[in-house]
Design a protein around this ligand. Structure first.
Ligand SMILES: *[C@@H]1O[C@H](CO)[C@@H](O)[C@H](O)[C@H]1NC(C)=O
Ligand SMILES: *[C@@H]1O[C@H](CO)[C@@H](O)[C@H](O)[C@H]1NC(C)=O
Ligand SMILES: *[C@@H]1O[C@H](CO)[C@@H](O)[C@H](O)[C@H]1NC(C)=O
Ligand SMILES: *[C@@H]1O[C@H](CO)[C@@H](O)[C@H](O)[C@H]1NC(C)=O
Ligand SMILES: *[C@@H]1O[C@H](CO)[C@@H](O)[C@H](O)[C@H]1NC(C)=O
Ligand SMILES: *[C@@H]1O[C@H](CO)[C@@H](O)[C@H](O)[C@H]1NC(C)=O
Ligand SMILES: *[C@@H]1O[C@H](CO)[C@@H](O)[C@H](O)[C@H]1NC(C)=O
Ligand SMILES: *[C@@H]1O[C@H](CO)[C@@H](O)[C@H](O)[C@H]1NC(C)=O
Ligand SMILES: *[C@@H]1O[C@H](CO)[C@@H](O)[C@H](O)[C@H]1NC(C)=O
Ligand SMILES: *[C@@H]1O[C@H](CO)[C@@H](O)[C@H](O)[C@H]1NC(C)=O
Length: 448
């Protein structure tokens, strides 16, 4: 008797406290409301506003790189919905983590940082330039400058000594993964080069993009003539001949949308064909038009990082739709079906808008985290991607100032693992407690 009374009280409490995600693709106001709730759920993982916690970082176990990814989702949230609620903390976060050299290799991260980690912060500042996000003060580094500094410092690590070129995964020899040339590092270099090319009009970046693409193709990380799938990487041992044939949404998306930028800028047909090849091959990531992480999701083995990959892919789908008009119908049908699935998965947690991992599961599947929240937010807000302008360039709308030599003026070369402490992984704390009760509450709410 006492137990059931407790349950009734808990039910009532969670019912009153829950705000549910209600998705109706034909009701714009409702989709904005739903997106706002999911965005709020994402920021629940942000600890940078708490006393003594580093600005820009999310709670444990989310690594620094994923924070860069999450801020990219928040930037898009502003851009696609016009909601400025988080712009202040976004700007503060982006400027807090630049590091002394303004290239997103901050001391706190530098000993463990990989090329891909740096690149994900490069992506968000690139987008800030392209969306003409409020420029930093004159005495602060500018968005374009930061993106160029990320590109330049990455490009300087290009390694011709093994495998005929390519970036290694890790920056430093002492980190495991230094012997691996991975696609996300190289794909991100390609992708950022493509975006800098289109933004600045400087064709040196096109040359770089071409060089990275040809190298990746050369060692068969990109199966350009067959499946058009993008594989994970290759160990340097054996001259990169042993390809790790895992596929991930974010790698496919980095290549696809990089090609879309290059097509949009150069109008060279080969980039158009390649955009389509990667786009068509992406069907492997869809189940009845609903996006999923094919390599790990079915087996429920996606790790913390992998659970955010669909967020970037969703973002890259939207960019591709903006830049390649012919691809819009195909992309938007995927985005709409996936957003609907994602939104209905966002019915978990005590808040009633915690998102799940599996978007074709009926309701919330019990998974939760920053990755799940970001992925749902990105696919939902990208349903608006054709209502907003395509990425600006310096010629048309972009005002951010840069410098072709950014990041190379004062290269920090004296980093030593002995003099730097690995620093903060933000303190633990599960933000969104998980009880099934509020799902029931939400269902009742929706029925009412
Ligand atoms: C939205 O409108 C389209 C076209 O009128 C229709 O096919 C679709 O079923 C509608 N969706 C919902 C959820 O009502
Ligand atoms: C959206 O939310 C606002 C308040 O935040 C509310 O007034 C409005 O009715 C909601 N619209 C829909 C369609 O749910
Ligand atoms: C803006 O976003 C915040 C956070 O997601 C939300 O609470 C607020 O209701 C949104 N405002 C409007 C007008 O949608
Ligand atoms: C290693 O691979 C690169 C790229 O495929 C190739 O150019 C080079 O000749 C290879 N080196 C050796 C020693 O096989
Ligand atoms: C290729 O890599 C896989 C995974 O690392 C390993 O199991 C396999 O033995 C390697 N094959 C060769 C020929 O080196
Ligand atoms: C992509 O698929 C469409 C059919 O859905 C086909 O018409 C087109 O030729 C394909 N493009 C490429 C480059 O494979
Ligand atoms: C695709 O989704 C359906 C449910 O809509 C599910 O039964 C099926 O197992 C899914 N397929 C894969 C490959 O996950
Ligand atoms: C480039 O993108 C713009 C903005 O969406 C679009 O209007 C234009 O047609 C695109 N150019 C090409 C060559 O596809
Ligand atoms: C063009 O980009 C290259 C590569 O980053 C750079 O070295 C060069 O200074 C840039 N040129 C101009 C005019 O900005
Ligand atoms: C670096 O780590 C220290 C120690 O955890 C922390 O106090 C500081 O805020 C961090 N700085 C940044 C910029 O994250």
């Amino acid at each position: 008797m006492r137990l059931s009374l407790t349950w009734v009280l808990a039910f009532v409490a969670s019912f009153r406290g829950s705000l549910c995600v209600y998705w109706d693709e034909n009701n714009t106001a409702a989709t904005y409301n739903a997106t706002a709730l999911v965005a709020q759920g994402l920021l629940d993982y942000y600890t940078g506003l708490q006393y003594g916690k580093p600005v820009g970082m999310f709670s444990d176990p989310y690594y620094w790189w994923e924070a860069g990814g999450a801020w990219g989702s928040i930037l898009d949230y502003w851009w696609y919905t016009g909601n400025t609620t988080y712009n202040g903390i976004l700007k503060q976060a982006l400027l807090a983590q630049t590091g002394d050299n303004n290239d997103y290799v901050p001391l706190n991260q530098s000993v463990t940082e990989g090329n891909d980690d740096q690149a994900f912060w490069g992506l968000v500042v690139m987008a800030a330039a392209e969306r003409n996000f409020e420029n930093p003060a004159e005495n602060e580094p500018q968005w374009l400058y930061l993106a160029q500094a990320v590109f330049n410092t990455m490009a300087l690590r290009w390694d011709d000594d093994t495998c005929g070129g390519g970036l290694r995964w890790q920056i430093f020899t002492w980190n495991s993964g230094y012997d691996y040339k991975n696609t996300v590092s190289n794909g991100a270099l390609f992708h950022i080069a493509a975006r800098l090319a289109r933004y600045t009009g400087n064709t040196s970046y096109v040359d770089w993009a071409e060089k990275v693409f040809e190298w990746m193709k050369g060692i068969h990380l990109l199966e350009e003539d067959g499946t058009n799938l993008v594989f994970d990487g290759a160990k340097v041992e054996g001259n990169c001949s042993n390809i790790t044939k895992l596929v991930w949404t974010y790698n496919q998306g980095l290549l696809m949308s990089g090609c879309a930028y290059l097509w949009n800028m150069t109008q060279d047909e080969k980039w158009h064909v390649r955009t389509w090849e990667f786009l068509n091959a992406s069907s492997i990531f869809f189940n009845d038009s609903i996006l999923y992480e094919v390599t790990c999701q079915g087996a429920n083995s996606c790790n913390t990082d992998q659970r955010s990959f669909k967020a970037y892919f969703s973002r890259f789908l939207g960019l591709t739709a903006q830049l390649v008009p012919q691809a819009r119908d195909k992309i938007m049908s995927w985005i709409h079906a996936s957003a609907k699935g994602a939104a209905q998965s966002c019915s978990g947690g005590t808040d009633g808008h915690t998102c799940g991992q599996n978007w074709f599961y009926n309701g919330w599947d019990g998974y939760y985290g920053l990755g799940e929240q970001m992925a749902a937010l990105e696919i939902m807000q990208n349903t608006f991607c054709l209502d907003r302008p395509a990425p600006y360039t310096a010629q048309d709308g972009g005002t951010s100032q840069g410098n072709g030599a950014a990041g190379t003026e004062t290269q920090a070369t004296n980093l030593s693992p002995l003099t730097i402490t690995t620093g903060s992984r933000a303190a633990a704390g599960i933000i969104t407690a998980v009880i099934g009760l509020s799902i029931v509450a939400c269902t009742v709410w929706l029925v009412i």
